[in-house]
Design a protein around this ligand. Sequence first.
Ligand code: FES
Length: 149
Amino acid sequence: MPVIRFVREGRDVECFPEENLRDVALREGVELYGLKGQLGNCGGCGQCITCFVAVVDEDGVEALSERTPVEEAKLRRRPQEWRLACQALVDRSLLVLTRPQVRLPDAEARLAAARQAPLPDGPTAWPVPPEAELEESEDGTPANADEEG
Ligand code: FES
C-alpha cells in the first residue's frame, strides 16, 4: 500500500491505492488548510483552492493521478509541483508538503531528512499466521480447515 510522507508533520501515513489525498489527510488528522481554508472550504469540490500541497520528491509527480482540468485552471500561476489535495489520487508512495505557501522552519534540513529516509514502495507486509496454520494436509486442504459433518 502507498505511504504518504507528510514532511511538515513528520508523519508517514499508509493509504489504499487510488485513495484521495485530501480524504487521507483528513482521516489521519493532518492539517491541510491554512486559516482561510479552516474557516471555509469547498469540501473537496476543487473550487476554494485552499488545499494546496507540494510534491517534494523527484519521482513523486508520477505518484499521483494526473492533474485534473480543475487543477490546470486553478493552479496556472502556481509551481508545477503544487496540487490540490482534493483532486489528487495516490498511486504510489511519495513525499508531500502541506500548505506549501506557509514557511517551513528548517526547510532544507527537514526536506533532506525526509528524502533520505527509505520510503516504502508497494505492498507492506501483512501479519502472516504461524506456519503451522498454513500447513496443508495430503489432499491439499489446509490442515486446520473445519471438517464437514
Ligand atoms: S478542498 Fe476546495 S479546492 Fe480542494
